[in-house]
Design a protein around this ligand. Structure first.
Ligand code: SF4
Ligand SMILES: [Zn+2]
Ligand SMILES: [Zn+2]
Length: 457
């Protein structure tokens, strides 16, 4: 299912066939639509639409273009409207120095008031920014909007600005422009973190190819989703799941936080069998309480049994590989892990991979690598650092002893029984990934892969 996070269905362009447009959206897999207001009257209309249609939610706000409609009573009215149970955000609001329909100072003050409103009512912001990205970001920092988060919709800024938005807890919204021949938005979107992307139509504007130049509508969202999936590595399924999960979490719609034991990304199925770790890595989102990965919530209320793991895998035949990964160290459940691998092998699974910290021998005080023979086809060890000192500082082993040497020894041993062994390092700003590569390839005789910082899965 897709979620159109930005469509102005209250505008007169839809007077003729509004209900049909919403029906067509559902028929085309767009299960939810967020309709932001552009001034008070439009916000009221958005709420009326949300009351009438289960699949429509509203946001209330005053657009930069309509800043002149903002009067002394506007804020009270918006506070009142924001209480409605189907109002999920404040917006659209922001700055537009491109069309320049309202004086800049007025735009700024109206935007600032709405950021404060969002904080007061504890709802995220839907932000419009055109020709003003740097200033919008600066104001969001000044007003500490990180506590409410939001979307920079129809994102027109640079990759650097998108990263700044992400650091503020904001998502960036992409729409029809993904399909335009210039392709700069598509390049930006695919080089950005998909966990911080939502998709939108901005209907009735900015229709995607092949409807470019005509009225846009939520049903056309699928063209943007297809375009986003086209260059890979994410499949169309991934794009549907991840972008809707992002939107649901932001707007707190439905239950996006159903825990996953088995979860898929691309053509691999990942198994999340524990949240326990031997390490407490400084860069790990889990250490900041964040358990969401590529549209899946990995926070386990309790550790699943072998039967529960098998049940959540379902038919393993459709996956290219099955990976013990998740938010935790699978080898801390060595027996359960081996039993699941044994059952998967009996079902004919060709490739089973273990993503590990490589500390199993260190933890168990014995060499467990022979027990993996025939059960695991590939092992990926996240070593991350080129020496013990930085390992202790960044990966922070919770047990006394030389964990770093333990991990290296594990690698030497596991390559005797597992055909494919890779050492990985997270590309942290101050870490010498090249030194880890040299050690992996020259000293340990295994492959190396650098993983992007702050990205799991
Ligand atoms: S081992 Fe993995 S899951 Fe555990 S703290 Fe480190 S990065 Fe996070
Ligand atoms: Zn806009
Ligand atoms: Zn808009």
């Amino acid at each position: 299912m897709l979620i159109d996070t930005h469509a102005h269905l209250d505008l007169p362009q839809f007077d003729r066939d509004r209900d049909e447009v919403i029906r067509r959206a559902l028929d085309n897999g767009v299960g939810l639509i967020i309709n932001p207001g552009i001034h008070v009257e439009s916000s009221r209309a958005a709420i009326r639409l949300a009351e009438k249609h289960e699949s429509v939610y509203a946001a209330v706000g005053v657009h930069a273009h309509d800043a002149a409609t903002y009067t002394d009573t506007t804020i009270d009215e918006l506070v009142r409207l924001a209480e409605h149970p189907k109002v999920v955000a404040i917006g659209e609001c922001g700055l537009d120095f491109y069309r320049d329909y309202a004086p800049h100072d007025l735009q700024r003050s109206v935007f600032r008031e709405q950021i404060r409103l969002a904080k007061a009512v504890k709802k995220p912001l839907i932000v419009h920014s055109r020709g003003a990205e740097a200033e919008v970001l600066r104001m969001l920092v000044e007003e500490r909007a990180k506590s409410v988060r939001g979307i920079l919709h129809c994102f027109g800024g640079t990759l650097e600005e998108a990263k700044q938005a992400r650091a503020l807890g904001f998502h960036v919204g992409f729409g029809g422009t993904l399909t335009y021949p210039k392709a700069d938005r598509l390049a930006l979107a695919t080089s950005f973190v998909i966990d911080s992307i939502v998709i939108e139509t901005d209907a009735p504007y900015l229709a995607p190819v092949p409807h470019r130049g005509r009225r846009n509508e939520p049903a056309f969202l699928r063209y943007s989703a297809e375009k986003l999936a086209e260059p890979g590595p994410f499949t169309l399924d991934d794009v549907h799941r991840i972008t809707s999960h992002n939107a649901r979490r932001l707007f707190r719609i439905g239950d996006p936080d159903m825990t996953r034991i088995a979860y898929n990304i691309r053509n691999s199925l990942y198994l999340n069998i524990t949240n326990r770790c031997t390490l407490s890595c400084t860069f790990c989102p889990k250490t900041h309480g964040e358990y969401s990965v590529k549209g899946h919530n990995l926070k386990l209320e309790r550790e699943p049994t072998v039967d529960e793991i098998m049940e959540s895998i379902g038919n393993p035949g459709r996956w290219r590989e099955i990976v013990f990964c998740g938010y935790g160290e699978s080898t801390l459940r060595l027996d359960a892990m081996k039993e699941v691998a044994r059952r998967l092998k009996a079902l004919g699974v060709k490739r089973i991979r273990l993503d590990t910290d490589g500390l199993a021998n260190f933890v168990y005080g014995r060499d467990v690598t022979p027990e993996l023979e025939g059960l695991v086809d590939a092992v990926s060890v996240s070593l991350n650092t080129p020496d013990e000192e930085s390992y202790n500082r960044i990966c922070r082993p919770g047990r006394p002893g030389n964990a770093y040497e333990g991990a290296k020894e594990f690698i030497r041993r596991v390559k005797r029984v597992v055909p494919e062994v890779t050492v990985t390092a997270v590309g942290l700003p101050n870490l010498d990934a090249e030194a880890v590569r040299r050690m992996a390839e020259e000293e340990l005789g295994v492959r190396f892969r650098c993983r992007e910082y702050n990205i799991v899965g």
